[in-house]
Design a binder for this molecule. Structure first.
Ligand code: ADP
Length: 452
């Protein structure tokens, strides 16, 4: 069991770890997408900032369009600045080439405005699907990675990502870099489905594991109950045999005393009947497992059936119980298996006696309701708890209460009772309160048998 726990724990941790790593990389990839967005935003902002400055200077720079015929990497470009016209070589694959050129031309006339750049940068982010958090921009010396100017606030909170540097100088010596607060909430919102899937997977795994342990612990419980039931059974089987053997040995000794020998023979019969009834119960329960339960139903006189029950529990040996039988039925007979149904009644009455302190007060009430036959067996004994009520019909179940544990029994009687009642298309239920007694109610239909 310990190694199973370890294995389950290992599986659970692996799944959780796997999910954690998956979620982490997903978050990182969403973050990377945000970085690309802000890099684009910064590039656009730089264009706008430089164009703004150019306009401020009266549009001093104008660029002639590329010569489409020219396919070489370095393109010769004509630049007109104020009253000067000159030619420069521009790298076709450097997307910032025009920018750098412009900055080179106007930086001495009007230097870069970092605050303006940051505002434009924020505007650009605002055009994307992300919400704008805190941002700042740095103007840096790319050669020695020194910050020349920045609008970084004094105190910062949250986590930030930065763009790559955008060189804005013709000889790549200066550039800008922007920082933006990671929009964690927006990213997590984007990941909702993945988070739900991951959470569900963990939840389902947890449920499966708990279910597995529930089943294992139930099986262990049943196994424990079965073990103690087998012990009790051995004890219960031995008792009638040893009583019968002792009494049988006494008969030759007292053979002249007819009264005694009669009583001993009757007691031997009673003990052996008990043994037969136990064996039958176990046989029927094991047959029910194989769905082989066979009942020999026949028409039985109700009055005779319950008189026999009364006789069984009246007499000097049975003065442990005060058994009352109330017969309130109009019909004379019912359609049952007399042997098994007698065992059912015996079980209920014997339990009522067994689980009562002192002389048991047991009432068997037989009556009709809505075309069905009802038989209740009521006692004023120890009763049972709500938990016990839900389990007593389970195989091997015995209450943990001291009063029950002190009494002999192997927890199969009520399983057998329920099985036989079911075989008569009936139901059995129990009403009970701890310390106040119990009432078992059997309800069976009059079935196919029609009284003539
Ligand atoms: P056993 O009597 O051999 O233990 P049963 O299947 O007949 O097995 O009964 C199962 C359990 O139901 C008993 O152990 C006891 O806890 C409870 N029980 C049955 N009948 C009564 C009763 N009349 N009063 C109180 N508890 C009862």
């Amino acid at each position: 069991m310990k190694s199973l726990w370890r294995l389950v724990l290992f599986v659970l941790l692996s799944i959780m770890l796997g999910q954690g790593v998956w979620i982490y990389y997903m978050y990182e990839s969403y973050k990377q997408e945000f970085v690309w967005t802000i890099e684009n935003s910064l590039a656009n902002a730089v264009y706008m900032e430089i164009s703004g400055r150019n306009e401020q200077l009266g549009g001093v720079i104008s660029f002639a369009p590329y010569d489409v015929q020219d396919t070489s990497r370095y393109i010769r470009k004509k630049i007109t600045s104020a009253d000067t016209v000159f030619w420069v070589n521009i790298d076709r694959y450097d997307k910032y080439s025009t920018l750098k050129l412009a900055q080179f031309l106007i930086k001495d006339l009007l230097p870069i405005d970092i605050a303006k750049l940051d505002t434009l940068f924020r505007q650009e982010i605002g055009n994307s699907r992300y919400q704008i958090g805190n941002t700042y921009v740095e103007y840096i010396d790319l050669k020695d990675n020194r910050i020349i100017r920045s609008d970084k606030p004094k105190s910062l909170s949250g986590s930030y990502v930065s763009t790559r540097e955008i060189p804005i100088d013709i000889n790549n010596s200066q550039g800008v870099r922007a920082y933006a607060e990671v929009p964690s909430n927006a990213i997590l919102r984007d990941m909702t489905i993945q988070l739900i899937l991951s959470g569900s997977l963990i939840l389902i795994t947890l449920c499966c594991i708990f279910y597995l342990f529930y089943i294992i612990s139930e099986q262990k419980k049943i196994e424990k109950m079965r073990q103690s039931s087998v012990n009790a059974m051995t004890h219960e089987f031995k008792r009638p045999i040893s009583v019968a053997v002792t009494l049988a040995n006494l008969i030759p000794i007292y053979k002249k005393d007819k009264n005694k020998t009669d009583r001993y023979s009757k007691n031997i019969c009673q003990e052996l009947n008990k043994l037969t009834s136990y064996t039958e119960q176990i046989q029927q329960i094991s047959k029910s497992e194989k769905a082989e339960l066979q009942l020999n139903k026949s028409e039985v006189n109700i009055r005779d059936f319950f008189s026999a029950l009364k006789t069984k529990y009246t007499g000097t040996e049975n003065d442990k119980a005060d058994l009352q039988i109330l017969l309130e039925v109009k019909r004379k007979s019912f359609y049952i298996d007399p042997v098994h149904f007698a065992n059912v009644m015996d079980n209920l009455v014997e339990n009522a006696i067994k689980y009562s302190e002192g002389k048991a007060n047991v009432t068997v009430h037989v009556f009709e309701r809505k075309g069905r036959l009802l038989i209740s067996v009521k006692d004023k004994g120890v009763g049972m708890s709500w938990i016990d009520k839900n389990h007593i019909f389970e195989r091997y179940y015995r209450s943990n209460h001291k009063e029950v544990q002190q009494k002999p029994g192997f927890g199969l009687g009520l399983t057998y009772v329920k099985l036989i009642v079911k075989g008569h298309d009936g139901t059995i239920r129990v009403k009970s309160r701890l310390g106040e007694g119990s009432k078992f109610i059997i309800e069976i239909p009059w079935t196919a048998y029609v009284e003539t």
